[in-house]
Write a protein that binds this ligand. Structure first.
Ligand SMILES: Nc1ncnc2c1ncn2[C@@H]1O[C@H](COP(=O)(O)OP(=O)(O)O)[C@@H](O)[C@H]1O
Ligand SMILES: [Mg+2]
Length: 219
């Protein structure tokens, strides 16, 4: 496995917490970082991952058992890590993934009831145990996030509504899991209050990334 010269960030949070918007903003403001900035997303990021994403999200076409869902996500992540993330880190780039293992612990673990230790074992196998240097959690009340997400789905006519349709109780468990993950490893997480206006949230994400890079690179 190549050495990690770059820095690996994950961006986590419920559907509608503002991850995609924040990542687009980072792409605009982080041009200057050493090695270059690579935004990417789970479970896509590769052609194989996109194919799996389509299988997971296609409405009505499939009804996956939680274990099957975990292994499909792990397969997509194995491709994403081996083909995209590790090569970029080896080249010294700053990578940020829109969703990563934190989402698996939240959705397939807290949400669908799979054992966290089993999820970590699968993660180790599928990625060579690659964990983010820092995970940024966009924390928002699921009711607020769900309203944003449903508005967007209606506007776009998207059919990728599987995760959005899981309901409020499920999303509350997901939110709690992200906060628990952050509390259990505070040095590797930053929680950002995502109820505030998108510009404020995005500016704070960018500041967190800049500060972390400045600290990491001066160490
Ligand atoms: N802080 C915010 N305040 C109000 N609306 C927001 C905020 N952040 C995002 N949105 C809106 O909510 C929807 C979901 O945002 P998005 O960035 O796609 O979230 P995610 O990728 O986490 O699902 C979009 O329509 C977006 O414009
Ligand atoms: Mg998104």
């Amino acid at each position: 496995m190549p050495p990690r010269a770059g820095v690996f960030f994950a961006l986590e949070g419920c559907d509608g917490s503002g991850k995609t918007g924040a990542l687009a903003h980072l792409g605009e403001v982080l041009h200057e970082v050493t090695g270059g900035f690579l935004p990417t997303r789970e479970p896509g990021g590769t052609a194989e991952g996109q194919a799996i994403r389509a299988m997971l999200l296609a409405r009505g076409a499939h009804d996956w058992e939680p274990q099957a869902e975990l292994l499909l996500i792990a397969a997509a992540r194995a491709q994403h890590v081996a083909r995209v993330i590790r090569p970029a880190l080896a080249a010294g780039r700053v990578v940020m993934s829109d969703r990563y293992v934190g989402s698996t612990l939240a959705y397939q673990g807290a949400g669908r009831g799979l054992d966290a230790a089993a999820i970590r074992t699968v993660h180790a196998l599928s990625t060579g145990d690659l964990w983010p240097d820092l995970t940024v959690v966009l924390d928002v009340d699921p009711e607020v996030a769900l309203a944003r997400g449903l508005a967007r789905l209606r506007a776009e006519g998207s059919r990728e509504d599987r995760f959005e349709s899981l309901g409020l109780e499920f999303q509350r468990r997901v939110r709690r899991s992200f906060l628990d993950q952050a509390a259990s490893a505070p040095a590797r997480h930053v929680v950002i209050d995502a109820h505030r206006p998108a510009e404020v949230v995005q500016a704070e994400v960018a500041a967190v990334i800049r500060d972390f890079l400045a600290e990491t690179r001066s160490a």
